[in-house]
Ligand binder design. Structure first.
Ligand SMILES: C[S@@+](CC[C@H](N)C(=O)[O-])C[C@H]1O[C@@H](n2cnc3c(N)ncnc32)[C@H](O)[C@@H]1O
Length: 272
C-alpha cells in the first residue's frame, strides 16, 4: 500500500471551504491586468478561485508561493496552462517572498495561514513593501481568538479527550505537550486589524463568517499534517490521524451532531 500523504488536499476540496475562500476573493474584488500573489497557496485551491475571476484577463499574472514542494507540485499539475491569466509557482517561505516577486504587485492573498506566522509584524511589513500604493492585502483565518464558538467548546474538549484515549488504548501513546504551537497563540479580530493598520494599511472590509462544518470537514482536517502536529505533538502522523478520526466519530455520535459551527475572520486592507 502506498504510504499515506498528510496534505491539505482533502480538506481543501470541501465545498464549505472553497465557498468561504471564494467570499474573501470576491471581497477583494480583483480587476483585470493584475499582478497577484497567493501566499501559502498550498495545493492551489485559492489560486484557482483567483484564476477563475481573471477569465479573459490575459495580461494578468498570479504567483503562488508555498514552502511545501509536494503541495506546489499538485497545484502546478492542476492549474498551469488551464486559465487565461498566467500562473507561476515559487517554492519559498513566505518570510522571503519579496525575493521571489521582484516587481511590486496589485494584490496579495494570504489564506488560512497567517496564524502560523511567529513574527506577524515582519510578514505584514514584507507584504506592505511588495504592494503598489492602493494595492490590496486580503487574508482569512479560523485560528483566531473567536474562531471557536462558545457553544462548541464542549465538542473540541470531548474530541481531544476521546482521541487521546483512543491513542493510549490502541497504540500506548500520548501527545508530548511541550511548547505551545504557534497556531494556538491566537490574535483577536481587533488585534489583526491593529496589526495591518500598524503597517500602513486601511481596513476596507472585515467580516466574520459562521460556517457549519460537517463531520467530513473534521475527518479531512485530521489528515492534514499541520493540524495533526498541532493537536497531537510528538505522535507519529498515521497513529495520531487515526485516533483523531475515531475521536471525532465518537464525539459526533455521543453529542448527536450534524455539524459544528466555526467562525472565519476575513479582512481586506488597502495600502495607503
Ligand atoms: C492551511 S494551508 C492553506 C492553503 C491555502 N492558502 C488555502 O487557503 O486553502 C496552509 C499552507 O501554508 C503553508 N505554509 C505554512 N507556513 C509557511 C511558511 N512559513 N512559508 C510558506 N508557506 C507556509 C503550508 O505549506 C500550507 O500549504
Amino acid at each position: 500500500m502506498a504510504s499515506q500523504e498528510f496534505t491539505f488536499t482533502k480538506f481543501s476540496s470541501n465545498e464549505f471551504y472553497s465557498a468561504l475562500n471564494a467570499r474573501l476573493v470576491d471581497m477583494a474584488d480583483v480587476g483585470s491586468e493584475q499582478r497577484i500573489v497567493d501566499l501559502a497557496c498550498g495545493t492551489g485551491g485559492v489560486t484557482q478561485l483567483i484564476l477563475e475571476r481573471l477569465m479573459g484577463a490575459r495580461d494578468s499574472m498570479v504567483i503562488g508561493i508555498d514552502q511545501s514542494a509536494a503541495a506546489l507540485k499538485q497545484a502546478m499539475d492542476d492549474l498551469v496552462g488551464a486559465y487565461d491569466a498566467a500562473v507561476d509557482f515559487v517554492h519559498s517561505g513566505v518570510e522571503r517572498f519579496s525575493d521571489a516577486v521582484k516587481e511590486s504587485v496589485d494584490t496579495v492573498f494570504f489564506c488560512n495561514a497567517i496564524h502560523y506566522m511567529p513574527d506577524k509584524d515582519m510578514i505584514v511589513q514584507e507584504i506592505s513593501r511588495s504592494l503598489k500604493p492602493g494595492g490590496k492585502f486580503a487574508f482569512n483565518t479560523s485560528f483566531f481568538d473567536g474562531g471557536q464558538l462558545p457553544e462548541s467548546l464542549g465538542f473540541y474538549r470531548k474530541w481531544m479527550f476521546k482521541s487521546a484515549r483512543v491513542l493510549r488504548r490502541d497504540y500506548g501513546l500520548s501527545p508530548v505537550r511541550s511548547a505551545k504551537v504557534e497556531s494556538r497563540r491566537q490574535l483577536t479580530a481587533d488585534q489583526y486589524r491593529e496589526l495591518v493598520e500598524g503597517h500602513g494599511f486601511m481596513v476596507v472590509r472585515q467580516e466574520i463568517d459562521t460556517v457549519n462544518v460537517p463531520i467530513e470537514g473534521w475527518l479531512d482536517i485530521s489528515d492534514f499534517e499541520d493540524f495533526i502536529v498541532g493537536t497531537m505533538p510528538g505522535v507519529p502522523l498515521e497513529k495520531a490521524s487515526a485516533a483523531l478520526k475515531r475521536g471525532v466519530h465518537l464525539t459526533f455520535e455521543e453529542m448527536n451532531l450534524e455539524y459544528v459551527p466555526r467562525n472565519w475572520l476575513g479582512i481586506v486592507a488597502v495600502r495607503v
